[in-house]
Design a protein around this ligand. Structure first.
Ligand code: TRP
Ligand code: ZN
Length: 876
């Protein structure tokens, strides 16, 4: 690579180099004079030395105005400032440092630090944004109490918010007003937040189990506060749930949420002042889908749950990120499972894990849930740290049971409340509270890659015993050529010919139980069940008890049997997914037809009215094109697309009558409610319509149903489901519906995101041309992460068009990264990952993808964020 000169290569930080800080900051007083282009920040920091020596504070994009210690201004020779830090050569042992800086919120396109969104001021400090506000020890193990004074023009900023409790407010001589906030809980700088502006508010209240009266407020842009009602309801349910399931109560008298439209991620758990991407707050039936409502519920819960798992107990260093994120994702997933259908939630979480985390674990960016090294920590807010991190917590829950897990949580909170902790300390609390040996289990924190289990079962009629042989293997990943065997909880069951669970007794044990969790620990291991009749089918990894790939010789008839009978709903769904995957891979490799057993099994589900509709919708949905492509040695997006379309068509032709019955009998009469039950019915109806759309070209009645649903829908779920089908059809109704959708919602940024992404994921051949044209549409802006994710991110997810043989998709992608990197490196780097998949495609495409990565790396002044992803993608 000619790319970056070696002396400019950003430096990696290593986990094992951790040292406790040389200095502590116990108290922080901040004063802000808010002005769009020149905000003045005065920081008064109570500092004490842990070790003698220079004090090195982090700082970035700051203008230093003045500096004094205990009231005495520092002279030029006392300190030195560079692009990234402020060093004070010989400070006293204990002192107050006063720093005055000037920052430019309006010019801040990185959306990190203090910036403006729709004219309002807001902050984003995780992971390292606080250093863009003032010089500081910007690391999570430095915890302080904060006293914050905000001063601003009362007309521009009637609302002034920060963490903790409001303490004082008033008007200044110059007509500006001020407000003082105090947060009594020591916190790391990444949890600091301020918001100032002209905002509408929705208010409610909540009384905790212990009798604390808490004011709840959700701030939005004017005219949008009614759309925060569902988020408020989700917040109250989250607060109650954390009390009943985890025994954790809220700890202040006020809890604020602010929704902003420009945000790099989903939302942020700042102490008592959560800041949200407004897509995870705003919803009404006309503009939000059922999936949007579910996501709002999950993200509101997630950020609220961080108050204990993240804020009260935070991370010692950023390598421990999964300590708060994996655990908090586990908690939000459990919350949604308790609020909705547990099996359906599990299915959706596994789908998501396979779509986002498995490819990461198999590619050049693979890392353990607790990484060992990073260049830019912002690049490690990954599906691995979050979603696999949650799976690791879930495995502990499976091994210890709910009671054991809660005992471990209790001990963890007792030991570490108010501290910055490590993943090892979390596992130690789980182990100590239960007297459970977790040493081998801890490898889940240090080894990357998705393990795979090779499983075979054999029944011996003579002795009435069943032997299950399991071998485990974990593929090499960057920096980890050899893996040690892991401790894998494997939930298995055996079904008899009637589809009933056979009670299982392991040799040497006294009791039998239907289905059980085996602890797989060795590279190769055999489990022997005794005293049982001949089983009809083997059910593996029930509930997805471990995030692994399973290889087992299970025939089509056995899979169809499991699809119809498995008592574990997840395994029932999984049987269908694996059966369809087998068929589609066979089709792709040798053009074979599809088994009647599979088509029949889908028919049974369609005609089984006893099934929960949301489950039936999942059970008839084929695995995604990406999942199937991931199972091929060399992926071929087009072949997969055609095979999947063919299977969909065959299901639609065979079961047209059942699909029409489901669709036509779905009642549209109830007033819309986003609850799980109604949402499930809509999901099944729309899944049926999706199959039927394969017949739209020859059946005018079907096209009329799709187009009619688009036009007459009284809610966004149905309208968008119909439009999703239309964008893949080359019919005149397509353009008309897209134009109508645009005009209907032209003032609603969140709905226009949907409009952009639907066009970006279309299977039609001219998709890239349309996407390019949309770059100059007023609904698009490179400065708005939601727009970039919808259009550019949407297109890069469209494997069929992204992997066009001529490389136009790759070139388009690289052009956008190069354009975005100077504006918003965090978002640019996150958007880059698909180019790293080059090892998965044929040689000609590989060359094109690598060339685009090289082109990105040759850009002068490339950000460290994008540099890290691009360079690891090429070499990792
Ligand atoms: N901690 C946030 C969460 O709940 C993640 C987050 C929000 C974030 N904004 C960010 C991470 C900006 C990095 C940069 O998961
Ligand atoms: Zn989080």
């Amino acid at each position: 690579m000619n790319a970056v000169q070696p002396n400019m290569t950003p430096r990696a930080i290593n986990r094992l180099d951790y040292r406790t800080p040389d200095y502590r900051i116990d108290k922080v007083a901040l004063e802000f004079d808010l002005e769009p282009r020149a905000t003045r920040v005065v920081a008064k920091l109570d500092i004490r030395a842990e070790r003698p020596g220079a004090l090195v504070l982090d700082g970035e994009a700051l203008k230093l105005v003045s500096l004094s210690i205990d009231g005495r201004p520092l002279s030029q020779s006392d300190y030195v400032v560079d692009e990234k830090s402020l060093t004070i050569h010989a400070p006293p042992q204990k002192f107050t440092l006063r720093i005055e800086t000037e920052i430019d919120p309006e010019g801040n396109t990185h959306l990190s630090g203090l910036y403006r969104s729709s004219g309002n001021y807001c902050t984003q400090c995780e992971a390292q944004g606080f250093r863009r506000i003032t010089y500081f020890l910007d690391r999570p193990d430095v915890m302080a109490t904060y006293l914050v004074t905000l001063r601003a023009d009362p007309k521009a900023c009637p609302v002034l918010l920060s963490n903790g409790n409001p303490q004082e407010e008033g008007t200044l001589a110059d007509g500006r007003h001020y407000k003082v906030w105090h947060d009594p809980y020591p916190k790391p700088s990444y949890l600091f937040a301020l918001v100032a502006g002209d905002l509408a508010v929705l208010e409610d209240d909540f009384t905790t189990q212990g009798g604390r009266e808490v004011k709840l407020r959700i701030y939005t842009e004017h005219g949008k506060s009614e759309r925060a009602g569902y988020a408020m309801d989700a917040l109250k349910r989250s607060m109650r749930w954390d009390e009943t399931r985890f025994g954790l109560e809220y700890d202040l008298d006020l809890f604020n949420i602010v929704a902003v439209s420009d945000f790099n991620m989903g939302a942020m758990e700042n102490k008592s002042l959560n800041v949200f991407n407004d897509r995870y707050i705003l919803a009404d039936p006309q503009t939000a889908t059922d999936a949007d409502y579910a996501a709002i519920e999950a993200v509101v819960a997630h950020e609220y749950f961080h108050n204990w798992t993240g804020n009260r107990i935070t991370c010692r260093d950023w390598f421990q990120l999964s300590l708060k994120e994996g655990l908090t994702v586990f908690r939000d997933q459990e919350f949604s499972s308790d609020m909705r259908s547990r099996p359906v939630k599990r299915i959706q979480d596994v789908r998501n894990l396979r779509a986002r985390q498995f490819p990461e674990d198999a590619g050049p960016l693979a890392h353990p849930i607790r990484p060992d090294s990073y260049i830019a920590i912002d690049n490690f807010y990954t599906a691995t740290v979050y979603e696999k991190g949650s799976e690791v917590i879930r495995m502990m829950h499976t091994l210890l049971g709910e009671d054991g897990f809660q005992k471990g949580m209790k001990l963890y909170v007792e030991r570490h409340d108010g501290e910055a902790a490590t993943c090892d300390q979390f596992v130690a609390a789980m182990a100590d509270a239960n007297g459970y040996d977790m040493e081998q289990f801890k490898l889940w924190y240090s080894q990357a890659g998705t393990p795979s289990l090779n499983i075979s079962g054999r029944y011996d009629a003579g002795s009435g015993s069943y032997e299950l042989s399991v071998t485990q293997e974990c593929p090499p990943s960057p920096g980890q050529p050899d893996k040690q065997p892991m401790h894998i909880p494997l939930h298995v069951g055996l079904l008899d010919a009637q589809g009933q669970d056979i009670p299982l007794r392991l040799e040497g044990e006294a009791t039998a139980m239907p289905g059980r969790v085996l602890s797989v620990k060795q590279p190769q291991q055999t489990f022997r069940f005794i005293g049982l009749p001949e089983p009809r089918a083997l059910s593996l990894n029930r509930g997805f008890s471990a995030p692994v790939n399973i290889k087992a010789e299970i025939g089509g008839a056995e899979r169809a049997f499991l699809m119809a009978h498995d008592s574990d709903a997840f395994a029932r769904w999984e049987a269908g997914q694996q059966y369809a995957t087998d068929l589609l891979l066979r089709r792709v490799n040798n053009g074979t037809g599809f088994d009647a057993d599979f088509i029949d099994a889908i028919g049974l589900i369609l005609r089984d009215d006893s099934l929960e509709p949301a489950f039936a919708a999942e059970a008839i949905a084929l695995p995604s094109e990406d999942y199937i492509a991931d199972q091929m040695p060399v992926m071929d997006a087009e072949a997969v697309h055609l095979a999947r379309r063919a299977l969909r068509r065959q299901v639609a032709e065979t079961h047209k009558a059942s699909l029409l019955r489901i669709y036509d009998s779905a009642s549209g009469s109830d007033a819309y409610s986003p609850d799980a039950e109604q949402a499930g019915k809509r999901a099944l109806k729309n899944a049926a319509l999706s199959y039927l759309s394969e017949l739209a070209a020859e059946d005018a009645g079907i096209l009329a149903r799709i187009d009619g649903q688009y036009a007459k829908a009284d809610n966004m779920t149905d309208r968008m489901a119909a439009l999703r089908l239309l964008v893949d059809l080359d019919v005149p109704e397509r353009a008309a519906a897209l134009a109508d959708f645009h005009d209907r919602f032209k003032d609603d940024a969140l709905v226009l995101d949907k409009w952009l992404s639907l066009q970006a994921i279309s299977a039609l051949p001219d998709t890239l041309e349309r996407v390019k044209a949309l770059l100059s549409h007023p609904a698009f802006s490179m400065r708005k992460p939601n727009k970039v994710r919808a259009l550019v991110g949407g297109f890069c997810m469209n494997a069929l068009r992204y992997h066009a043989a001529d490389g136009a998709g790759y070139a388009f992608h690289a052009d956008r990264i190069i354009e975005l990197d100077p504006l918003n490196p965090q978002v640019a780097a996150r958007l880059l990952a698909p180019l790293g998949r080059w090892r998965r495609v044929d040689a000609a495409r590989q060359a094109r993808m690598k060339a685009e990565l090289g082109r990105i790396l040759s850009v002068p002044k490339l950000s460290p964020e994008t540099y890290e992803i691009a360079s690891k993608s090429l070499s990792g």
